[in-house]
Design a protein. Structure first.
Length: 197
């Protein structure tokens, strides 16, 4: 009888070991699933891929082919390209479509991948007369002016700016505040009941 108990105990011990291994494996899989869930849609290399952002309207070449100068109208332009990004300041007959695609680069600074401006010129009757397209290559780099913009007023140095208001500020409603001092009747010790005079 004792031999059967040992055999049963050994069998029970083996089953218990298999259960522990299966439980450990299940915990490992669950941890991997939970830890990997946020990255599952990204992919390991997608984290380092640039993120592209489109702003404005990027006009496709096939869409421009549908607009024919001399026959297309403003309604045709809206149907094909949508509403313009802007109209010329002093000429409602010039419609401007501005678009740009940027992507993140090293250090998370945006880089311009694609940039374009399409200008549609209409006559007084609303018929398309000219289509002009500009790209990133047509742009010009402008240098910043190294000077400072003058502002009217006094020229105060750093210490004057830092200490300029010391002694000039006194919060309303505190004892001693205001031009007439503590006897002004306004503040915490006032018997008038109205501290907002």
């Amino acid at each position: 009888m004792r031999r059967d108990t040992t055999t049963l105990g050994t069998t029970h011990s083996k089953d218990h070991t298999h259960v522990r291994i299966a439980a450990r494996f299940a915990r490992t899989l669950a941890f991997a699933a939970i830890a990997g869930a946020p990255l599952g849609g990204c992919g390991a290399l997608h984290v380092f891929a640039p993120t592209e952002v489109q702003r404005g309207v990027i006009v496709e070449p096939d869409a421009l082919k549908e607009l024919i100068p001399g026959t297309s109208s403003r309604a045709d332009a809206i149907a094909v390209l949508g509403s313009p990004t802007a109209k010329a300041t002093f000429d409602d007959n010039k419609w401007i479509y501005i678009g740009q695609i940027t992507s993140t680069r090293i250090g998370r600074t945006p880089g311009i991948e694609q940039q374009q401006v399409v200008v549609l010129t209409f006559d007084q009757g609303g018929t398309l007369r000219d289509v002009h397209k500009l790209t990133k290559d047509d742009g010009k780099q402008l240098a910043m002016n190294p000077g400072m913009t003058p502002s009217p007023g006094s020229e105060a140095n750093f210490m004057q700016q830092l200490l300029g208001n010391v002694g000039k500020f006194s919060p309303a409603g505190l004892p001693g505040a205001g031009a007439s001092g503590p006897s002004s009747g306004v503040g915490f010790g006032s018997n008038t009941g109205n501290s907002l005079r």
